[in-house]
Design a binder for this molecule. Structure first.
Ligand SMILES: Cc1cc2nc3c(=O)[nH]c(=O)nc-3n(C[C@H](O)[C@H](O)[C@H](O)COP(=O)(O)O)c2cc1C
Length: 209
């Protein structure tokens, strides 16, 4: 229905249907006003009791991005299970899985290739599912707004492996919790249709079956 493209779009449904993981970026910096639009869209999301328990850290500084990249690389190199997962995936017969995992590994090794990295942090709430439910809607708004503006993103959980380092580098207080690490930039590749289960397969009308 929608074709591949690198352009932004004003069509709500085109943005949703073509918002795919972008793991390669052009080095061009993203103007702050564009980043702010993306972040403002994030802040329009709902949250429990409208508490808006979030703070979005935007890392543009090259030295800080480099430091994150080095830390991630060291984490991956020292984490055998994770390395094996990525490397075995790269041998997969499933082309889409192979591309996803080789792309993810390359991104993990070169996160600083993105001109900016956004780290959404949960500022209050439980550690459990409920806490996440008050920030991930904002994260999804962020991904879609970026897509609409022609900016590529991918939600990663790379933050988990370098949590201590990130806290120190960015001054994140103990009470706050990074929930994702999202590189953002002009895509070096196309947006386009994503592969998902057919909707009929995942919907139960008036009950489970
Ligand atoms: C909770 C979550 C964690 C993810 N973690 C990573 C990650 O650590 N590294 C990565 O490259 N992609 C990560 N992704 C991106 C997924 O691989 C991607 O959304 C999925 O494969 C669908 O890709 P597509 O939208 O291009 O079809 C994550 C996505 C989600 C929702």
């Amino acid at each position: 229905m929608y074709t591949s493209s690198r352009e932004g779009t004003d069509s709500f449904f085109e943005a949703i249907y073509t918002q795919r993981a972008i793991r390669r970026f052009k080095p061009d910096p993203v103007p702050d006003d564009l980043l702010l639009r993306v972040l403002e869209a994030a802040t329009k999301a709902p949250s429990g009791s409208n508490q808006q328990p979030w703070r979005f850290l935007v890392v543009r500084d090259a030295a800080k991005r480099k430091a994150m990249s080095e830390a991630l690389k060291a984490h991956l190199q020292s984490n055998e299970a994770m390395r094996t997962y990525f490397e075995s995936g790269a041998q997969s017969d499933d082309r889409s899985k192979r591309l996803m995992l080789t792309g993810a590994l390359e991104l993990a090794y070169h996160i600083d290739a993105a001109p900016a990295v956004i780290i959404p942090c949960l500022t209050s709430g439980s550690d459990r599912l409920l806490g996440g439910s008050s920030i991930y809607p904002a994260v999804q708004n962020l991904l879609l707004a970026a897509r609409a503006l022609g900016l590529g993103t991918v939600l990663t959980t790379f933050n988990m492996g370098i949590d201590g380092m990130l806290r120190e580098l960015l001054g994140i207080p103990e009470a706050a919790r990074p929930v994702a690490l999202i590189p953002i930039g002009y895509p070096d590749g196309n947006f386009g249709p994503t592969r998902r289960k057919p909707v009929e397969e995942v919907v139960g009308w008036d009950g489970w079956d």
